[in-house]
Design a protein around this ligand. Structure first.
Ligand code: 1GP
Length: 238
């Protein structure tokens, strides 16, 4: 099994080299024009491409990854909403457990279903404590997972959740406001969590401008995920 992507993330954190992932949702990408999108990714400061979504109803996951791999050197990391979103063509998978929620399906059931499938692949498996933070309105993660996000005004609870995830052996913590969120994860929360965990911190959801990315970095995020803003404007990083 490959091990290099997690090491890169760890080295990034240790060397204070901030990282950026562009998230592509296979349901929203048009395969006929994806070459242009990939070119824009190549021109951007992205260090990773994440692929996935809460729903992913069509079957283009592997085809999309194949196209990305053809024209882009960045590591491709699966960010799956459920066990059907696995493709051996990617480099790694965020093996998510939704630890802010109390729905056993998203804490362990999906993982049990995915494990034998993952065993058949070469994917690097990166266990990730996934923490959903309240962001103004109901997001797709909340709706699909049927879990409540954590109170955005309670950074201590987010920290305790992140620390529990770390103690359980998660290799990453992902603070998620939800795709297209009205409000991003509060900076104070990012700060408190990043200062009190040892593992890399990912932050995403509702970040819509370059200043928002910088603010997340300055607060301690090691890697920021941008989805909707890039979907809406391929020249976002110009
Ligand atoms: C969603 O954190 C990612 O899981 C990205 O969110 O689409 O709001 O950028 P946005």
């Amino acid at each position: 099994m490959k091990q290099n992507i997690y090491n890169q993330l760890l080295q990034g954190k240790l060397g204070n080299k901030k990282m950026l992932a562009i998230l592509l949702d296979p349901d929203k990408v048009d395969l006929n024009t994806v070459e242009i999108l990939i070119e824009k990714i190549n021109q951007s400061p992205a260090t990773h491409v994440f692929v996935g979504g809460s729903i992913v109803e069509n079957n283009i996951l592997s085809e999309l990854i194949q196209k990305i791999k053809q024209d882009c050197q960045l590591p491709v990391v699966l960010f799956p909403g459920n066990p059907s979103q696995i493709s051996d063509l990617a480099d790694a998978i965020l093996f998510l457990s939704l630890i802010s929620g109390r729905n056993p399906d998203y804490l362990i059931e999906h993982q049990v279903k995915a494990a034998p499938i993952l065993k058949q692949t070469q994917l690097e498996i990166i266990s990730t404590g996934y923490i959903l933070i309240e962001s103004g309105t109901e997001t797709a993660v909340e709706r699909v997972s049927k879990t409540k996000p954590l109170d955005r005004n309670n950074p201590e609870l987010a920290l305790a959740t992140a620390q529990a995830g770390e103690m359980l052996g998660n290799k990453l913590v992902y603070l998620e406001a939800g795709s297209g969120a009205k409000q991003a994860v509060p900076l104070k929360m990012i700060e408190l969590v990043s200062q009190n965990i040892e593992i890399p911190l990912l932050v995403g959801g509702g970040i819509v401008d370059l200043q928002g990315i910088q603010n997340a970095y300055d607060s301690g995020a090691d890697l920021v995920i941008i989805g909707t803003a890039f979907e809406n404007d391929m020249n976002f990083f110009k």
